[in-house]
Design a protein. Structure first.
Length: 215
């Protein structure tokens, strides 16, 4: 359908002012909320792939995310009414001592672009905050923890150890990332997955939650 193609294209160019009327047009034409959402997600997925390949940069991601959020806000009542469920739920945060926010925010946008509900716990997040969130939200099956400094990398292990101590390690998958983090380090601390950037994080997060949903 032409309007869905237009929505996809408008997301890719970050045209928020075009996305909202196009979404409304699709709703008025009787197109299903899930189909409209898929057009939004597909458009943002293209941006995510281009970002991963260094074909676009942070500003383009931000404007595309704003456009997508405007479209999904219009759709939300219809999705709720239809009982549409997200792919899964994740929580996200920069570990204790780490004040880096921009990279984390990009990861959040990319992961949300895969249809995943994300709770952003912020920066300087203590291990027990991750644990307590999962305790209070047992539907959260994925923890995304980042460290942007070599000095805060050990805090990633503390997050994993805190889940072990709480008896919750087998209830969540823990992904780690950040500029100094490597696959070798992730293996060493017992993380379930490592990805080098926001785009690949989103892809892996979707894979993990899909596997859990189908298990």
């Amino acid at each position: 359908m032409a309007v869905l193609d237009d929505i996809n294209a408008a997301i890719q160019t970050g045209k928020k002012k075009k996305v909202v009327p196009l979404v409304q047009q699709a709703i008025d034409e009787g197109i299903g909320a899930q189909d409209i959402l898929n057009a939004l997600l597909d458009g943002f997925g293209v941006i995510g792939e281009k970002f991963r390949n260094d074909e676009v940069f942070v500003p383009e991601v931000l404007v595309a995310a704003r456009a997508m959020n405007a479209g999904t806000a219009l759709l939300k009542p219809l999705l709720d009414e239809a009982g549409t469920e997200p792919l899964g739920k994740a929580c996200l945060g920069s570990v204790e001592g780490d004040m880096h926010d921009i990279g984390k925010n990009i990861v959040r946008m990319m992961v949300e672009g895969k249809g995943i509900e994300v709770e952003d716990l912020g920066i300087d997040v203590k291990a027990e905050v991750f644990v307590n969130y999962v305790k209070e939200n047992p539907d959260c099956k994925l923890v995304l923890a980042s460290a942007l400094l070599t000095t805060t990398m050990p805090k990633l292990k503390e997050v994993i150890d805190a889940f072990k101590d709480a008896g919750l390690r087998d209830q969540v998958k823990i992904m780690v990332g950040g500029a100094p983090v490597t696959q070798e380090f992730a293996d060493e601390i017992g993380a379930d997955a490592y990805t080098p950037d926001g785009g690949s994080c989103a892809i892996k997060a979707a894979e993990i939650l899909t596997e859990l949903k189908n298990a």
